[in-house]
Design a protein around this ligand. Structure first.
Ligand SMILES: *Cc1c(COP(=O)(O)O)cnc(C)c1O
Length: 547
């Protein structure tokens, strides 16, 4: 990649592009990785910028009662990442902070490579307090968060200058975490706000206002000193700097990550124009081994052109079934080996894996355990996974509750909770279960990319009509809708709808109508063509990057 050709810099507080580099926590980071991979496939002149978290997010351990504890194994960046010989520093808390830069060159299917830069404050000359700024993802308090976001925004822009990237036309901020980019550019462009605005693009991911980063103005000024301008009024509400507002004030375009989420975001920020670009997942990352082999054989060219997934009709029924059986075998082997559980391949298996957050309602399935047990009648297996943030007591309680309910159903519904959900397990589970379950409180699920991963592997979704599924669902054709399109927030009604669908649609189709089931698997693959990262990045190119 020649520096004069680079046009787009993509900033994200986390980028998850391989399970081997633990610099992500979940959906946001993995989406960023998928975005960059599809950019490499599509030959976009883009680079990624993020932080190097040497102690990652967390490694989860669960005891038999469901109590989560965390470890922080140290990640050694070499040889996976390479050091970049460049001097970068910024002034924070009145001290110079030196920033080490590491790079990974990601190669796309086209042979085009895209660099991902990792910023690291663990520099031998830094004050001890500054060395640890980038150790862990989402770890400290507010001040620590400001420091990390300053390294990303100000440090990232300083790095681009130091590397000699002179022709960047678009600075893409993935979530408000990256919004200090706008202030770094204000300094670079001699306070020309209009010029900053011409260069920035913002993607918001959070449909609830509490989810947006807000920092006390006084604290922000103390940390950032003269990096920030005297007048920030347009981005301050009640004495707090709102990072999403900051990004919106200085961006030429802004978008949410599904149609529904775009509408919610527009209502949240009525004085801005917010459109939507629905998320997608990177095909060769999320298609499991047997899936890739099957598509290579029956849908040649799908690696270069994901639209061809619409040709899933070319896969014979028995081959499709065999592909899924192979994916399922791998998941069951893993689960049985780790949990001594005795999962059996011929039984219908549901999967539910995601961050333990209240709105995702992992407990909805257990609203009426007796009814679940009756419906199952020995025919259901369920696998759960997902981490809680170390300081999120509510999230930890959700995990405890799920595991305790699972223990109570022992002998009637086989349920396990797999430890340490990560990208590797994500692919294993989304490809290996028979049905992917998602029960968020509408409209809180901005997109829900795990469901797209399932669909890409021919696994039908059963989900609340939220996020991507509000666009992708064709009820009883490629999966099932739980509830309707109103934001009722009625747990009882949603649970009832889930149980009814399980009993009268999912279980009978699985056991008695194999042909229809396979047709639903095929329709899932066809639907997934609309939810690939390739389609997403093409949309960004057209509507946001304009290149
Ligand atoms: C895909 C993925 C996510 C995001 O899934 P959601 O559907 O948004 O909850 C989170 N964590 C891992 C490990 C994933 O693979």
């Amino acid at each position: 990649m020649q520096s004069e050709n680079l046009k787009i810099a993509y900033f994200s507080a986390e980028i998850g592009f391989t399970p081997n580099v633990p610099t992500y926590s979940g959906g946001l980071g993995i989406l960023a990785g998928d975005h960059i991979k599809a950019a490499a496939d599509n030959r976009l002149p883009l680079c990624g910028i993020t932080l190097l978290y040497k102690e990652g997010y967390l490694k989860q351990k669960l005891d038999p009662d469901g109590n989560q504890t965390e470890d922080y194994p140290r990640f050694h960046p070499q040889p996976i990442l390479r050091p970049v010989d460049v001097d970068v520093s910024i002034k924070l808390r009145g001290r110079i902070v030196n920033i080490l830069v590491w790079v990974f060159y990601l190669e796309g299917v086209s042979g085009h490579t895209v660099p991902i830069y990792f910023l690291d404050t663990d520099h031998p000359e830094n004050d001890e307090k500054d060395k640890s700024i980038t150790f862990r993802l989402y770890s400290g308090g507010k001040e620590h968060r400001i420091l990390q976001e300053a390294i990303l925004g100000f440090g990232g822009c300083a790095m681009l200058d130091a590397l000699g990237y002179q022709n960047i036309e678009t600075y893409h901020m993935n979530e408000g975490h990256a919004a200090f980019v706008t202030l770094a550019l204000r300094n670079k462009f001699d306070n020309d706000a209009e010029k900053v605005k011409q260069h920035c693009v913002f993607t918001t991911h959070t449909p609830v206002s509490a989810g947006h980063d807000k920092f006390k103005t006084e604290m922000t000024r103390k940390v950032l000193g003269d990096l920030i301008p005297a007048n920030l009024d347009c981005s301050i509400i009640n004495g707090e700097l709102n990072m999403s507002l900051l990004a919106l004030n200085f961006s030429r375009t802004a978008n949410g990550v599904s149609k529904l989420h775009g509408e919610i975001s527009q209502k949240m920020f009525p004085s801005f124009n917010i459109c939507s670009i629905t998320n997608g997942v990177h095909h060769t990352t999320w298609a499991a081994l047997a899936t890739r082999e099957t598509y290579d054989k029956y849908i040649p060219g799908w690696r270069e052109n994901t639209d061809l997934l619409r040709n899933a009709d070319a896969i014979p029924d028995d081959e499709l079934w065999h592909m899924h059986y192979e994916n399922k075998r791998r998941l069951l082997d893993y689960a049985n080996a780790h949990m001594h559980v005795g999962y059996e391949r011929s039984r219908l298996m549901l999967g539910f894996a995601r961050r333990a957050a209240g709105y995702k309602r992992a407990m909805l399935l257990f609203k009426d355990p007796d009814r679940l047990s009756r419906i199952s009648d020995g025919r259901l297996e369920i696998v759960f996974a997902g981490k809680a943030h170390p300081r999120d007591q509510l999230g930890k309680e959700i995990i405890r509750n799920v595991i305790q309910e699972a223990n109570k159903l022992f002998g009637s519904v086989l349920i396990t909770y797999l430890e340490n959900y990560n990208m590797w397990l994500g692919r294993l589970i989304t490809s290996g279960v028979d049905v992917w379950l998602n029960t968020p409180l509408r409209p809180n699920e901005a997109s829900g990319t795990s469901g797209m991963k399932a669909a890409m592997n021919g696994v039908p979704n059963c989900s609340i009509l939220d996020g991507w599924w509000a666009e992708g669902c064709r009820n009883d054709v490629n999966g099932w809708a739980i509830g309707g399109t109103e934001d009722t927030g009625d747990d009882d009604a949603d649970a009832d709808s889930l149980y009814t669908t399980l009993e009268h649609k999912i279980i009978p189709t699985y056991y008695d109508q194999r042909d229809k089931w396979i047709s639903m698997m095929r329709e899932s693959i066809i639907t997934s063509a609309d939810f690939t990262a390739q389609r997403m990045v093409n949309d960004y190119r057209k509507y946001a990057y304009k290149c």
